[in-house]
Write a protein that binds this ligand. Structure first.
Ligand code: ADP
Ligand code: MG
Length: 364
């Protein structure tokens, strides 16, 4: 078993009194692949270093399988680590770097050899085994660091942007191999990245952190469909979610105000009656917007096509809406549908795809 519980954990760096992590609580289940995603400076590495035992926990508790590990060092926690900065042993060759964690645990010759060669093959490091890290390119050094982390079966594998110095092709290839290894060896992995595509490709669940605070934890589908707040809504998804100002009309209706009147939209599900009359923001994914040439009966707002981005399999339209704020909204349409700049179109939002935010928070 390798379950991790993080309970109300804080990290405050005395130098500069920086609050890097605030009251963070989450669980990583046994054999789960959890991706920690967030912008630079969000507190991802601080969280990972506290999990690894490389950084003091200012407040709160970290538990491995129900036991508090706050005061244990990295070796006692039995974690494997690979960081963006590779921290290799420059006096040892690649083979010995990878073998290091095995030898440190008393493993002997033939077994070490078998494991090192297996992982080297998997990460395309076989030609480099006799070389010294100092003579290798950054991307290769990073692969050695990753191999060293993955060579044995630890309680938890902690990876902090382990692919950041590699070129695009290698990153894609290694992504698949890391996931394969995780499944094959039954690892429990926490993987830090600022790259949403990488996180989405790898993980079972995503944890999104910003300014040291947990924003949301859930499957990719949950986070994409029901982002907990505007930050998550904007951070996940490409093109980004449309935000359109509106007013709550009733428990199941909202209105987009225009200079001539309003466009009314029916929702799926009920808003609390306390929101009637309140200004809100509608959130609609560009992939969920349906574009028509003529006015539809309901749930539509008109606009003028401003920008057309052809992307091969699809086209992204930017439409200047008729609302009083002249909001720009994006719609993803099939590439075979032809539009011209200046076309008037009607955007339809089905009740089920309309999210409603009040302030920063999701209310429907
Ligand atoms: P991320 O990995 O998401 O980019 P970090 O955990 O590295 O974020 O940093 C979170 C915040 O803590 C940032 O404001 C960063 O400048 C600060 N920070 C990180 N390490 C230290 C440190 N050793 N001393 C002081 N501040 C730090
Ligand atoms: Mg970092």
């Amino acid at each position: 078993m390798s379950r991790i519980d993080v309970n109300h954990v804080w990290k405050i760096y005395p130098r500069g009194n920086v609050v890097a992590v605030q009251d963070l609580t989450f669980t990583c289940h046994d054999k789960e692949f959890l991706a920690i995603l967030g912008p630079s400076g969000g507190g991802k590495s601080s969280t990972l270093r506290m999990l690894a035992g490389l950084e003091d926990i200012t407040r709160g508790e970290i538990l491995f399988d129900g036991k508090v590990v706050n005061h244990l060092g990295p070796a006692e926690r039995n974690v494997a680590l690979a960081f963006e900065s590779y921290a290799l042993y420059y006096r040892l060759n690649v083979y010995e770097n990878i073998a290091f964690p095995l030898r440190a645990r008393g493993m002997k010759g033939p077994e070490v050899d078998k494991r090192v060669k297996f992982i080297a093959e998997l990460l395309e490091l076989t030609p480099y085994l006799k070389k010294y890290p100092g003579s290798l390119a950054g991307g290769v050094q990073q692969r050695v660091s990753l191999a060293r982390a993955l060579v044995r079966k630890p309680n938890v594998t902690l990876l902090d942007e382990p692919l950041s110095h590699m070129d695009q092709r290698v990153r894609h290839e290694l992504r698949a191999r890391i996931r394969h290894l995780h499944d094959e060896l039954g690892l429990t992995t926490i993987y830090v990245t600022h790259d949403q595509a990488e996180a989405i490709a790898l993980c079972d669940r995503l944890l999104i952190i910003n300014e040291g605070k947990l924003q949301q934890i859930g499957t990719v589908e949950e986070v994409w469909n029901r982002p907990a707040n505007k930050f998550v809504a904007y951070f996940i998804g490409e093109p980004t979610m449309n935000f359109i100002p509106a007013v709550v009309e009733g428990e199941r209706t909202v209105a987009i105000l225009t200079d001539e009147g309003k466009r009314v939209f029916t929702l799926e599900g009920n808003l609390d009656s306390k929101y009637v009359g309140v200004e809100v923001t509608l959130g609609v994914r560009p992939q969920h917007v349906e574009v028509f040439r003529e006015r539809q009966k309901e749930n539509t707002v008109a606009g003028v096509v401003k920008v057309i981005e052809f992307q091969g399999d699809k086209t992204v339209l930017t439409v200047r809406l008729e609302d009083s704020m002249q909001t720009d909204a994006k719609a993803v349409v099939p590439a075979r549908e032809r539009y011209t700049e200046g076309d008037t179109v009607w955007l339809y939002f089905a009740p089920a795809v309309i999210r409603v935010f009040e302030g920063e928070n999701l209310i429907l």
